[in-house]
Design a protein around this ligand. Structure first.
Ligand code: AMP
Length: 420
């Protein structure tokens, strides 16, 4: 596999899939968080610095057809500011103008194409009437597959080299994230610097972890994290469980959880996971106490109880002091830490303490030599809210993509370039 750092783009035309799916202000359409744009800069600078011509493509949001509010135009000024140079813009990724502009691109020039998801071919999902029969669905799917290939080929024809640096969409088999790679030989397709560092961080944790290795799982549902927990049970020493998923585990063991979040159909599964962990010698740490509220509201009445003794009608919305102490102790003693999912309803100030405490404990362990990988939108938000982004080892840019990779799944955007 070609590595971007070893490749010279001098005089070459490169088409790069980036993830510029940035949040925009609802009224002004200004970019409100440019983290993803900054994430693409090393790859952009390398290609331009080498004297290559650069065509950038991305999606933004989930448009159905051409939708002005999902235009990539607001990205232009931010990108130009970071690069200190003009960036050209083609207002359609496949039209005549994009073709002409990419053909006449000179070394050092950058062209940004309009949102690739303005075409349904990008995602490859046919648009069907609600009452479509199974046969119609099958035929439309097959037709869309052909059209998706055509779109990928048209974009591939713009350039001699394909670079994928959009980790956030690496788990999607879309025209620009995976299908396009088929139109380039192995010497002319590669990952950008962002994907390389994401893969290095995840592989370090999955395959080169120092022990003790602790996985911290939180968030609303057990069902979203089952595959991750199952894959990690074979690798970790400790699993910390917090957040809404706690209460399914506690109820499964006969505890009282009041009105707390619970997946009734996952009670058996929770017991099976606990048993599996026991057999593998993995310690599972569940909360010992719970900060409960009389309603789902930041102004609710609160009280702390044992995690398995939540009063009737109350909901557990955060971990409490004794749990924070236990969890922090486990985290301090870890040499590798993976964190995915908040410990409570951290969006509400009153129930954000447990998540902040875990974020701080991870930063502290990292300062003592542990390797820490943080993934998932909420955990990343908690790290940023506590100003700890530079105090942990790696903050992943891809929630879903990271989760799937850590579950042991193959990501289409990765295998398209790296092979199996
Ligand atoms: P997930 O997307 O599965 O990682 O879940 C994240 C969401 O879980 C956040 O919006 C949290 O507010 C929510 N959450 C965390 N703890 C709890 C809890 N104890 N009860 C209800 N929701 C929770």
């Amino acid at each position: 596999m070609k590595m971007i750092q070893d490749f010279s783009f001098k005089g070459k035309k490169a088409i790069v899939r980036v993830d510029f799916n940035v949040p925009l202000d609802k009224k002004t359409f200004a970019v409100t968080d440019d983290t993803r744009i900054r994430g693409a800069l090393p790859t952009i600078n390398k290609i331009i610095g080498d004297g290559g011509c650069l065509i950038l493509m991305s999606h933004l949001g989930r448009p159905v057809g051409v939708t002005e509010k999902y235009s990539l135009k607001p990205v232009l000024p931010v990108l130009e500011k970071h690069l200190g140079k003009k960036v050209l813009f083609a207002d359609d990724c496949l039209g005549e103008s994009a073709l002409k502009m990419s053909a006449s691109l000179q070394p050092g020039e950058i062209l940004l194409l309009e949102n690739v998801r303005f075409y349904p071919e990008e995602e490859g999902k046919p648009v069907l009437p609600e009452n479509a029969s199974e046969d119609m669905k099958k035929a439309a799917k097959a037709e869309m597959k052909v059209k998706q290939k055509e779109m990928a080929q048209r974009l591939a024809d713009y350039a001699e080299v394909y670079v994928n640096d959009a980790f956030g969409t690496a788990h999607r088999a879309h025209a620009t994230t995976a299908v396009m790679a088929d139109f380039f030989d192995t010497d002319h397709k590669m990952f950008g610097f962002l994907i390389n560092s994401e893969l290095a961080a995840m592989d370090k944790v999955l395959h080169g972890a120092q022990h003790p290795f602790t996985a911290i799982m939180g968030g609303a549902k057990v069902s979203d994290k089952i595959l991750l927990i199952e894959n990690l049970i074979n690798k970790v020493d400790d699993i910390i469980i917090g957040g809404g998923m706690t209460y399914t585990f506690i109820k499964a063991q006969g505890g009282k959880i009041g009105k707390s979040l619970c997946e009734e159909d996952k009670l058996d599964l929770a017991l099976q996971l606990l048993e599996k962990a026991r057999q593998k010698g993995v310690k599972i740490h569940l909360p010992v106490d719970s900060l409960n509220a009389d309603r789902f509201d930041n102004d609710a009445l609160t009280k702390v109880t044992a995690a398995d003794a939540v009063d009737e009608g109350w909901l557990g919305l955060d971990i409490a002091e004794d749990t924070i102490k236990c969890f922090s102790e486990v985290i301090y003693n870890s040499k590798t830490i993976l964190w995915n999912g908040p410990m409570g309803v951290f969006e509400m100030e009153k129930f954000s303490k447990g998540t902040s405490a875990v974020a701080n404990a991870i930063a502290y362990a990292t300062s003592n030599g542990a390797y820490s990988l943080i993934g998932g939108g909420d955990s990343v938000a908690a790290i940023n809210k506590n100003n700890l982004a530079d105090k942990v080892s790696y903050v992943s840019t891809g929630g879903g993509a990271m989760l799937e990779y850590m579950e042991g799944k193959k990501l289409p955007g990765i295998t398209a370039i790296r092979g199996e």
